[in-house]
Ligand binder design. Structure first.
Ligand SMILES: Cc1cc2nc3c(=O)[nH]c(=O)nc-3n(C[C@H](O)[C@H](O)[C@H](O)COP(=O)(O)O)c2cc1C
Length: 205
């Protein structure tokens, strides 16, 4: 069966867009996954329907002033019509990613914002599930999850360099890992939902 994963993001200067492309590439590696990569300024009536049809949505925003960008927040508020429609996005898989200039830069707050937003929609949150890297004497800047996040994928891009130089390659591999994981979990979730009537029949008999 095919599952649909949408990657929905904002990027003011192109760095988070690169992270979003890596998330999408990771999801695309999982057989049976259709991936739609959607930038918030490009949202149309049609791409809103793509979000409605997705089995999973992975949300991404740069960290601006300790939280999601105002463009991303505008999108969050625009989803309230879906929320009011009896939680139209209930039970979709959700995940998140963010990128900022500093190693911390308070970007955990951005992921927390995104996770709470997904919870308000009744979505099912999927974290990174990858041990933190770069935190032992033998660790390396090239480790997966070098910034040590469980909630979602974090990336860092130098403030004085354009997106041709950042985010760091290990953060892009971490983003790919998030995309892969979400696609795999979404496949399992979708297959489980398909099997529900079958399971109900066998437990009733
Ligand atoms: C308005 C603004 C606020 C920012 N606030 C933070 C911040 O709180 N923490 C941080 O580490 N970097 C901060 N930055 C740096 C950005 O997160 C960083 O440049 C990032 O790579 C931008 O991603 P983008 O190119 O996708 O827009 C800020 C940048 C801008 C423009």
């Amino acid at each position: 069966m095919q599952v649909r994963v949408a990657v929905l993001f904002h990027s003011g200067y192109g760095h988070t867009a690169k992270q979003a492309e890596a998330v999408a590439a990771g999801a695309q590696e999982v057989a049976g996954t259709q991936v739609d990569l959607i930038s918030i300024p490009d949202l149309t009536d049609e791409t809103w329907l793509t979000l409605d049809a997705a089995d999973a949505i992975i949300f991404g925003s740069p960290t601006y002033m300790s939280g999601a960008s105002s463009v991303f927040r505008g999108f969050v508020e625009a989803t309230s019509a879906r929320w009011a429609d009896n939680l139209r996005w209930r039970d979709k898989i959700a995940a998140g990613f963010t990128n900022s200039g500093s190693m911390s830069g308070d970007k955990l707050n951005t992921l927390t914002e995104i996770a709470l937003f997904a919870a308000q929609h009744g979505m099912v949150w999927v974290g990174l599930a990858a041990f933190s890297g770069w935190n032992t004497s033998a660790g390396s800047i090239d480790d997966i999850n070098r910034l040590g996040s469980w909630l979602g994928a974090m990336a860092q891009s130098n403030n004085d360099q354009g997106p041709e130089f950042g985010p760091h390659t290990s953060d892009l591999r971490t983003a790919e890992a998030l995309g892969r994981r979400v696609a795999e979990v979404t496949g399992r979730h979708a297959r489980g939902r398909l099997a529900e009537p079958e399971l109900a029949r066998s437990s009733a008999s």
